[in-house]
Ligand binder design. Structure first.
Ligand code: IFM
Length: 444
């Protein structure tokens, strides 16, 4: 079993990069070991009612101890790269205190990848903000952006050019809107103005960090990872089309446009001037610093009505869905990529830094036959191929995720891994989807 792509597809070439992705809080465990400080997610998990089942970051996949075996697994499946993230609270457990044991862990991890011929793709911030910064207002406090730039500076000084690619942030939409506007992620606040201010401070953090990262690691690539859930109108009415277009301005272009043009979208500023963040002189220039790449995370689309009311929560009733309830709609990935190329003449080279499906198929007789996920990957790899044929510069693709892990507010209830994890025994079982990747990658 493998994936089927057109014969001449660039995805079949050995210079197209394939990787798997994880994130520190979701896989590492060891939340109190070797001097790691508390993160806002540790605190959020400890707050009753915030995370399904009262789950927390322990033991997750115990990757902190099992990283060498996990790297062997990545190698044996034939992937070129591993996208991982660095836990800020391991590196700077208290404000201004730099923890050698935290640096040592990522040192070992990166060297372990290099020894195995796996390219390290590091993300500096995948949501585990130190709790002490959370207590000072988190991303609503402008100072957090400066603290991030210092942290990024320290990490890139230590890991330097050994890392092929650094992303400053993973999905600032989630760190801003899900966390401060929609109340779903840590710290769980619900305030529009705060959400937009947090977004600005996250983008500023990226902009302040970037030149320091380039100085420290001049031969690495530097960029950012954004998530997109493109909006489609429910009907062809002018009102629904306008509502969908506006939704993209607020949720997608509010993050991408400042990075590529130095401006927030006019449509948002016109409709909601009261939400626009406080911006200091020089901020937008910093945010619009050149990117070596744009990381795009894609899972699904949103279906929008002008009234904001539908009885199916944005997912058409008859649609094929993954186990978390997200519609499977691969054409949206092609449309998203070609749409960005049409809108931005300076769109940098793109990596699909996350794509994948929740498919909770259990282990049966030692195997996991996750056919929904196999089909999802097949369809989305073809969607990427169509975008490349249409002229979009896509350099690589990362499956989310290497293994089942802590799915944030959903706890351990949703499994996104191509490798199954038994959280009691920590036994890893490659699923049919992992074997499909293995066969596909071996045939390149
Ligand atoms: O698990 C998350 C990941 O941390 C960020 N992107 C989406 C994934 C699935 O929800």
């Amino acid at each position: 079993m493998s994936f089927k792509l057109p014969e001449a597809s660039p995805l079949q070439r050995s210079d197209f990069l394939f990787g798997v992705a994880t994130a520190s809080f979701q896989v590492e465990g060891a939340t109190t070991e070797d001097g790691r400080g508390e993160s806002i997610w540790d605190r959020f998990c400890d707050t009753p009612g915030r995370v399904l089942g009262g789950d927390n970051g322990m033991p997750a996949c115990d990757h902190y101890h099992r990283w060498a075996d996990d790297l062997d697994m990545i190698k044996s499946l034939g992937f070129d790269a591993y996208r991982f993230s660095i836990a800020w609270p391991r590196i700077e457990p208290e404000s201004g205190v730099w923890n050698d044991k935290g640096f040592d862990f990522y040192d070992r991890l990166v060297d372990g990848m290099l020894e195995r011929g796996i390219k390290p793709y590091a993300t500096l911030y995948h949501w585990d903000l130190p709790q002490y910064l959370g207590e000072r207002g988190g991303w609503v406090n402008r100072d957090t952006a400066y603290r991030f730039a210092d942290y990024a500076d320290r990490v890139t000084r230590v890991l330097g050019n050994r890392v092929s690619s650094y992303a400053t942030l993973n999905e600032p939409w989630c760190s801003a809107f899900l966390s401060y506007r929609l109340g779903i992620h840590a710290p769980g606040l619900k305030d529009d103005r705060m959400g937009f201010q947090a977004a600005h401070h996250l983008l500023l953090a990226h902009g302040l960090a970037l030149p320091r990262m380039r100085d420290n690691a001049p031969t690495s690539e530097h960029g950012i990872v954004l998530n997109f859930t493109p909006a489609y109108p429910e009907t062809d009415s002018q009102a629904d089309r306008a509502a969908a277009a506006y939704s993209d301005e607020e949720n997608s272009h509010f993050y991408l446009e400042p990075l590529l043009t130095g401006h927030y979208p006019v449509a948002v500023a016109e409709r909601h001037p009261e939400w626009m963040p406080t911006v200091y002189p020089g901020d937008m220039d910093a945010i619009a610093a050149d990117l070596d790449f744009l990381g795009i995370n894609f899972y699904t689309r949103a279906v929008i009505t002008a009234s904001g009311e539908n009885d199916y929560d944005g997912v058409p009733q008859q649609a094929a869905k993954t186990d978390i309830g997200w519609e499977i709609y691969p054409q949206a990935l092609t449309d998203l990529l070609t749409g960005f190329k049409a809108r931005y003449d300076n769109l940098p080279p793109v990596y699909i830094t996350e794509n994948g499906a929740a498919d909770n198929t259990p282990v049966t007789n030692g195997e996991v036959n996750d056919q929904l996920r196999v089909g999802y990957y097949d369809a989305h790899l073809n969607a990427v191929d169509r975008a490349i044929q249409a002229g979009v510069d896509v350099q690589g693709y990362f499956a989310w995720s290497l293994m089942d892990n802590f799915e944030w507010a959903e706890g351990y209830s949703q499994r996104f891994g191509i490798v199954h994890v038994n959280y009691d025994t920590q036994v890893r079982t490659p699923k049919a989807s992992a074997l499909a990747f293995k066969a596909f990658l071996a045939a390149r």
